[in-house]
Design a protein around this ligand. Structure first.
Ligand code: SF4
Ligand code: SF4
Length: 94
């Protein structure tokens, strides 16, 4: 079965933890040669502003897939963990 990432949001809900489960050293992102996270994150949590030379990360819609952790070759995370119990994404795939 193929899954369209855009359709995942039709069957998910979020209980957003105001304490982000992922945090970045934005200075490392600013110097990153590839910024693979901006292309690989299915929830589009990472946005690079070329003009401002600034990375913006918003954890609210994170699908907890782990892709950003795998593709980042720069050790940019000052925190990467799953959300605390009761927070984060809930899937309803039935
Ligand atoms: S790949 Fe890593 S260092 Fe590069 S922009 Fe993304 S999170 Fe930052
Ligand atoms: S864990 Fe997945 S959905 Fe969450 S920020 Fe990383 S790539 Fe995006």
């Amino acid at each position: 079965m193929k899954i369209n990432p855009d359709e995942i949001f039709d069957s998910t809900s979020f209980n957003i933890d105001r304490d982000p489960h992922i945090q970045l050293n934005e200075e490392i992102c600013r110097r990153c040669p590839q910024r693979a996270c901006t292309n690989c994150c299915p929830a589009r949590c990472y946005n690079w502003d070329e003009e401002a030379q600034k990375m913006t990360f918003v954890h609210d819609g994170c699908l907890e897939c782990g892709t950003c952790y795998v593709v980042c070759g720069q050790d940019a995370f000052t925190r990467w963990r799953y959300p605390r119990g009761g927070f984060g994404v809930a899937y309803r795939m039935t």
